[in-house]
Design a protein around this ligand. Structure first.
Ligand code: HDE
Length: 681
């Protein structure tokens, strides 16, 4: 792979430890790193043992504070290319030339959990992208939902205190299903819209490769003529948007806490690039007041049907980190990192964010020089009079470190015309200094209702179940009722169903304030591809090799993958006495890690019937709406499902197997993914 500019820059910091003798940090050779220096073989350790002290001291200080939010994350390198010259909209150089390759680093994250918490919890996901442009670093620090919980940054500490583990006992970990979060929600109606998203399947993404990203806040694009447009940023995954079901997410959290991290890592490691298109919604300044929401209110989205998303470029992630700490942990994103041509709006959340990130990074990364850490340093030369501070990495030469100066001929000089530089958009501002919320921010229910109206049946069922689960974990009954009353302003059916589950009283005057819907908000019609699909093939001695071969070659041809699962690792014998290597067992894997299960015919079917592992594979696959494939003698295993479940969609079961047509049916069901029409109760 040809290296991009940032990769070459990072090469200067990479150190290989493949060979050579051990040394101290001073470069002095060490011939024993196993025994400390003692006064006699059984005597006390000596203070003069600098080799011992250095090793232990370094170890004692190996941890840095984790991020106050978004502590749990995974990152990857890649690049971005714009589709066409956008200089009519923005003077940003990296958006002007389709041939230009801009290196990027992306960090995906959960929000509430600690650094070691599981990936598949119900939470918002962070989606932060750093573009290493030739005009400096530009960051889109976004989430996988297009709206936020609050309207003003000053409330952020309250929101986060409420969702983090409760302060008296530090429970629960990485979960919003507890009293303080919902107490905050019922006291803060502006949270309603993001809460609807949080209860939806979007909050349990199947993969970082299959979630959307949103810059959320409103920004400006500014061109060379000084004209601006308001803009919102979107990332659209080429593989479509896909989520887990809740039971699956909970099981995976225990069985593989690194589920999303592993998926990202393994796909990049296996040469499957991860691709997202960058989209923009562009709004003319004269249209600022045309809508029934305020475009500066980040609890509102701009419906794509009103303001279409234009796809402007593609990001490809194709390289894993060499060292998690040096890269993924030390990277520092900041919404204030903008380049000429991209500017801020007066969105009060954005304005607060512009302060917070750099501030937190000064303590997280140990002082004001964290921009010099290799993963953070920009590609253009940093040229200013800032000096000193903790961990300064550069040796800044010269006598002068101030401006203006004559001793250094006025250098470095203020950028002149023709030299890339940032100029703030010269907005005219006029108003009284006031600590108040704009009246245009007051409608907290129309867009949550629009979100609800846009959902398919299975998404609605997911949302109702999520509310019931989350509130069910809150001890305070008053909170249940207040939440149900809030939902009465979103939709009567939603309020009624959640009330039923909680034993609360449905609100008397529940109404849905709008008939509007935005089809783009539903995941129902998203792209579906067999390429993301993985099948568990359950085998015992005596399986039908012809059927096995037909399925596995069709899966490989379609770009899907499979694991052979059996009672023990090693070879499993087919009916024709050939063998197939089994790489997973019922102890090492489970149905939650696959999109489908397939069992070929053959004499093994009888023995599989009695195995607990096979039983739980089939039941979980059924309950998670996934495809079940049984052919030949294995169709008898249908008896492991309850009566009435056998005719449900997504069950491809043929006793007299016509191999070619069977394989086609199975692949079609697999590509569909989940069969939500299935009745699972
Ligand atoms: Fe953040 N946020 N945030 N946030 N945020 C941080 O910065 C903050 C908000 C987002 O992978 C912190 O370096 C405030 C919205 C992501 O490293 C901190 C407010 C959105 C990440 C911070 C918000 C985000 C962060 C913690 C309210 C979506 C992880 C560690 C005004 C548009 C970036 C750090 C990474 C991280 C502050 C709201 C996204 C404390 C004050 C809205 C993806 O500075």
């Amino acid at each position: 792979m040809k290296k991009n500019q940032k990769s070459l820059d990072l090469d200067t910091a990479r150190v290989s430890h493949g060979s050579g003798y051990l040394t101290t940090n001073q470069g002095v050779g060490v011939n024993n790193t196993d025994d400390s220096l003692k006064a006699g073989k059984r005597g006390p350790t000596l203070m003069e043992d600098f080799i011992f002290r250095e090793k232990i001291t370094h170890f004692d200080h190996e941890r840095i504070p984790e991020r106050i939010v978004h502590a749990r994350g995974s990152g990857a390198h890649g690049y971005f290319q714009v589709y066409e010259n956008l200089s009519h909209l923005t003077k940003a150089h990296f958006l002007s030339d389709p041939n230009l390759i801009t290196p990027v680093f992306v960090r995906f994250s959960t929000v509430a959990g600690f650094r070691g918490s599981p990936d598949t919890v119900r939470d918002v996901r962070g989606f932060a992208v750093k573009f290493y442009t030739q005009e400096g670093n530009y960051d889109i620090v976004g989430n996988n939902m297009p709206v936020f919980f609050i309207q003003d940054a000053i409330k952020f500490p309250d929101l986060i205190h409420s969702v983090k583990p409760e302060p008296n006992n530090e429970m629960p970990q990485a979960a919003s299903a507890h009293d303080t979060f919902w107490d905050f929600v019922v006291n803060t109606p502006e949270t309603m819209h993001n809460v609807m998203w949080l209860m939806s399947p979007r909050a349990v993404p199947k993969s970082y490769r299959t979630m959307e990203g949103f810059g959320i806040n409103t920004f400006r694009l500014v061109n060379t003529k000084g004209e601006f447009k308001f803009v919102k940023f979107h990332w659209k995954p080429l593989l479509g948007v896909h989520s887990l079901v809740w039971d699956e997410a909970e099981k995976i959290a225990g069985k593989d806490p690194d589920f999303n991290r592993r998926d990202l890592w393994e796909n990049i490691e296996n040469g499957n690039p991860v691709e997202f298109e960058l989209g923009i919604q562009v709004l003319n300044p004269e249209d600022e007041f045309k809508f029934d929401f305020d475009i500066l209110d980040c609890t509102k989205l701009w419906p794509e049907e009103l303001i279409p998303v234009q796809k402007i470029g593609k990001m490809t992630l194709n390289q894993n980190v060499n060292n998690f700490f040096a890269e993924t942990e030390q990277i520092a994103f900041c919404p204030a990192n903008v380049v000429p041509g991209i500017d801020f709006s007066n969105d009060p959340m954005l304005q607060g964010r512009l302060f917070s990130y750099l501030d937190t990074q000064i303590s997280r990364l140990g002082g004001p020089n964290f921009q010099q850490i290799p993963i953070n340093r920009p590609l253009p030369k940093v040229n200013n009079n800032q000096r000193d501070g903790m961990h300064r990495m550069t040796i800044d030469e010269g006598q002068t470190s101030y401006y203006p100066n004559s001793l250094n001929n006025g250098e470095p000089h203020a950028a002149r015309d023709g030299e890339s530089h940032f100029e703030h958009y010269q907005e005219k501002v006029d108003g009284h200094i006031i600590r108040e919320r704009s009246a245009s921010f007051r409608d907290h229910y129309t867009q949550p209702a629009m979100f609800w109206n846009s959902m398919s049946d299975w998404e609605r069922a997911h949302i109702i179940d999520a509310f019931r689960f989350q509130l069910g974990k809150c001890k305070n009954k008053n909170t249940h009722q207040r939440l149900v009353d809030m939902l009465g302003n979103v939709d009567p059916v939603l309020a009624q169903k959640v009330a039923e589950g909680l034993g609360a009283t449905p609100p008397a005057n529940a109404t849905n304030p709008t008939t509007a819907a935005s089809p783009a908000l539903s995941m129902e019609n998203t792209a579906k591809s067999p390429k993301t699909r993985k099948v568990a093939i359950l085998l015992g001695d005596g399986f039908d090799k012809v059927q096995f071969n037909a399925i596995t070659s069709a899966l490989t041809a379609a770009g899907a993958s499979f694991d052979v699962v059996s009672g023990k690792l090693g070879p499993v014998m087919a009916s024709d006495n050939s063998t197939v290597e089994c790489t997973q067992t019922y102890a090492t894997t489970a149905a939650v890690f696959y999109d489908a299960v397939y069992i070929p015919g053959g004499s093994h079917a009888e023995s599989l019937k009695g195995l607990v592992g096979v039983h739980s594979f089939l039941c979980d696959t059924f309950n998670h709406y996934k495809t079940i494939g049984l052919s030949g003698e294995a169709t008898a295993l249908l008896s492991l499902l309850r009566t009435g479940q056998k005719e449900e969609p997504g069950i491809i079961c043929e006793p007299a197997t016509n191999v070619a047509s069977y394989v086609g049916n199975f692949l079609e069901a697999l590509t569909t993914g989940r069969h939500f029409q299935r009745k699972i109760s």
